[in-house]
Design a protein around this ligand. Structure first.
Ligand SMILES: C[S@@+](CC[C@H](N)C(=O)[O-])C[C@H]1O[C@@H](n2cnc3c(N)ncnc32)[C@H](O)[C@@H]1O
Length: 256
């Protein structure tokens, strides 16, 4: 792994994806998930891919493995999950062995930017990962190469409005080290990488609905008051940023 990749992994593992933070996120998103909508929304999106049984899928930034397990269990797909965070992978591997899905799911420590596979997967799926990646052109050409024709790409990601942003949103993006794009910038990047039939949807209304229901869920979680108050505050801030219009959520599909 290069020096820069090591630094990114360290940043992820010691900040946003420390073991404790992961487990806190999971308490809200639901077992095995660290992305909005948890298992229910993942299931809807995987259904949208409409892949025949035994298709092979790359889950980029698989996190705790929730989507990969679901693809294997409910949709009979073969899945390679890759992730840069060693904390995420350690937890995901424990679960993979508990669920006994090793014949359908592999989990690998890998930076998606260094993938060198060509014409390999029937689909590439990713949930809320690309916000961490600066070089989106390189990212999408790498994923395009990894697909075999007529391979499908589907991902969701945190997005943003055009600048200027409110100062609190700028501070938030900077503190997280995120690299956000607008929904239409993502559409252009996908077309430039060669994807056809590109669909780019602003799904912020769904994001807001999910956050509202998460806040109700947090109120009922069994945890100490300080942790619950912190989580509630964190989710309220997300909601405010989404209501302000600066923070958007996007759903994207394309075909090779
Ligand atoms: C918000 S979490 C989402 C996890 C999972 N997709 C889910 O839906 O629960 C983002 C994930 O992207 C991973 N990630 C960030 N940069 C990455 C990279 N360059 N290559 C692979 N994974 C990466 C992080 O380690 C983290 O597990």
């Amino acid at each position: 792994m290069s020096k820069a990749q090591n630094a990114t992994q360290k940043f992820l593992d010691t900040n946003q994806y420390s073991r404790n933070s992961i487990l806190r996120y999971e308490s809200v998103y639901g077992t095995d998930f660290v992305s909005p909508g948890g298992r229910q929304y993942a299931s809807q999106l995987i259904e949208k891919l409409a892949l025949p049984f035994d298709s092979t899928v790359l889950d980029v930034g698989c996190g705790l493995g929730g989507s990969a397990f679901l693809m294997a269990q409910k949709f009979n797909l073969f899945v390679d999950g890759i992730d840069l965070s060693t904390n995420m992978l350690a937890l995901a591997r424990e679960r993979l062995s508990t669920y006994r899905l090793g014949s359908r799911v592999t989990l690998r420590h890998q930076d998606c930017l260094t993938l060198s596979l060509h014409d390999h997967y029937d689909a590439v799926y990713s949930r809320d990962v690309f916000l961490h990646i600066q070089d989106k052109s390189h990212l999408f050409s790498t994923l395009y190469n990894a697909l075999r024709r007529p391979g499908k790409l589907l991902f969701t990601d945190y997005c943003c409005s055009e600048q200027p942003w409110r100062p609190d949103f700028s501070r938030y993006v900077k503190s997280r080290g995120y690299h956000l794009r607008t929904v239409s910038q993502y559409a252009d990047l996908l077309s430039q990488a060669g994807f056809q039939e590109v669909l780019a949807l602003d799904i912020t209304a769904r994001f807001i609905a999910i956050l509202e229901s998460d806040i109700t869920k947090i109120a009922a979680l069994e945890m100490d008051k300080v942790s619950r108050d912190e989580l509630t505050e964190s989710w309220r801030s997300k909601l405010n940023r989404a209501h302000s219009g600066n923070h958007r959520w996007g759903l994207f599909t394309g075909v090779k």
